[in-house]
Design a protein around this ligand. Structure first.
Ligand code: G3I
Length: 415
């Protein structure tokens, strides 16, 4: 087991009592799996996998505050929260620590900490390991961050997308120095505020380019204005703000050999520069057609060669017909990725896919330290119409939940 510093600590069972405990554990698991269908099942993912890795979920504002779920009734929100407490020992802010939401207006007075504070309080009260998501990202970053007086170059690629969040900003730009100062102030303020409480941060999110091998980095405004060292600077600033925090690089599509090679190029470069990077976040936004043991085993095997702990950070498996190609995670393409209804035999295919990837997680448990689902249940998922999670919209465990629990039993020697 490769533990990052200040890891919450997984204790391996002593070999002398190992077989006895294994037998008892397997017996408990078998008995429990048969009752896993009930919503009040005593079987908790966090307990079943406690000797291997943490199991967590992204939570949204209504879960952190306990109110105001828009489409979602108060009764269902409360059931979502109960399920979160019972099943998970780690939480990630799905949106409320992103620049767009925590620092929407320029300057020191431009922060809205309320929702993030509520999430940190919720996690602290429930003894959960807190992950902050995310400090530097090409998406959901307000235009003011990149704005300045320097005219954009004629050939500038403003990374077309929805304006207003930095992706599509095409106005006059800040200088390298101005943008670095804004990045440092933001990171020092946010990471400093939650020092000692938020244990791990997605410092830089999705900086790798999609597509062919020719471009390693995404042509974001961060890259265009600061240059490729924006990544190293972000990790430096985060480490200055909380030297004990686990700092990770987070990206999607790390099931694709071309993108894995880009990750290796990037991370090795950062390691050679002595950049304080402590873990790799692989988002794992998968689909039922390709997700399984072989794909995850290959991906984890390659990423583990970097010698850093691996966090599975945004796990879901899309069962919608429109999402059966690729493992992208761009919200702009999400409508297409979740159209067309569910594939045939979706429940069975989802169960098989989750069983396979958890078999890979268990095989690579020396490196895998955290598995975070990207949502508590299907109804609150960003890909809700793709039914991508272990619990349905009424927080009932699906066959995929039983399959994951059974996978732990198989590893514990239960045939
Ligand atoms: O809060 C507003 C609400 O007031 C308003 O009425 C509503 C109208 O559309 O929008 C709400 O904000 C939405 C926000 O989620 C909170 O629900 C944004 O429009 C919407 O764009 C945002 O989507 C999030 C997406 O990131 C943004 O890119 C998803 O919830 C979130 O699951 C998704 O997560 C990302 C990770 O951060 C990074 N990896 C990929 C992953 C999937 O895109």
């Amino acid at each position: 087991m490769h533990l990052a510093t200040n890891h919450p600590g997984h204790v391996k069972m002593p070999t002398s009592s190992h077989n006895l405990r294994l037998g008892l554990f397997a017996a408990m698991l078998l008995a429990a799996v048969s009752t896993a269908r009930s919503a009040d099942s005593p079987v908790a993912l966090k307990n079943v996998f406690k000797d291997h890795f943490q199991v967590g979920t992204a939570i949204n504002r209504s879960h952190a505050t306990g109110t105001g779920g828009g489409r979602r009734s108060q009764e269902r929100i409360e059931k979502d929260i109960a399920l979160t407490k019972r099943q998970f020992n780690q939480i990630t802010a799905e949106n409320d620590m992103k620049w767009q939401l925590i620092h929407p207006r320029e300057g020191a007075e431009g922060y809205d900490f309320g929702p993030a504070d509520a999430l940190v309080e919720f996690g602290g009260k429930n003894g959960m390991y807190l992950v902050g998501h995310t400090l530097v990202w090409h998406s959901q970053t307000p235009n003011w961050v990149f704005a300045g007086t320097i005219p954009p170059p004629e050939t500038a690629d403003a990374a077309p997308g929805r304006g207003g969040f930095g992706r599509g900003y095409t106005g006059p730009r800040a200088s390298r120095e101005e943008l670095l100062e804004r990045m440092r102030d933001h990171i020092h303020t946010v990471v400093g505020r939650y020092k000692g409480k938020v244990k791990s941060w997605d410092v830089v999110n999705e900086a790798l380019a999609d597509g062919g091998p020719e471009n390693v980095l995404r042509n974001s405004l961060w890259l265009q204005i600061i240059g490729p060292d924006f990544i190293a600077k972000a990790f430096q600033y985060a480490h200055e703000a909380d030297p004990d925090a686990i700092l990770r690089y987070n990206d999607y599509g790390l099931e694709n050999p071309v993108k894995i090679q880009k990750l290796v190029t990037l991370i090795k470069s950062l390691q050679e520069q002595g950049v304080p990077i402590h873990a790799i976040g692989t988002q794992a936004h998968l689909n039922v057609s390709t997700a399984g043991f072989e794909q995850m085993d290959r991906s984890l095997g390659e990423v583990a060669k970097l010698g850093l702990p691996i966090h599975v950070t945004e796990l879901d498996i899309n069962s919608a017909q429109g999402g059966q190609r690729g493992t992208g995670a761009d919200i702009a393409a999400n409508a297409q990725a979740t159209q067309g209804g569910l594939v045939s035999e979706a429940d069975r295919k989802l169960a098989d896919a989750y069983a396979g990837i958890f078999r890979a997680f268990i095989k690579h448990r020396e490196w895998v330290e955290m598995v975070t689902f990207w949502g508590v249940n299907d109804a609150v998922s960003w890909r809700r119409s793709g039914s991508p999670l272990l619990f349905d919209g009424e927080n009932q465990p699906k066959p995929a939940f039983d399959a994951v629990i059974a996978e732990a039993g198989r590893e514990a020697g239960v045939k």
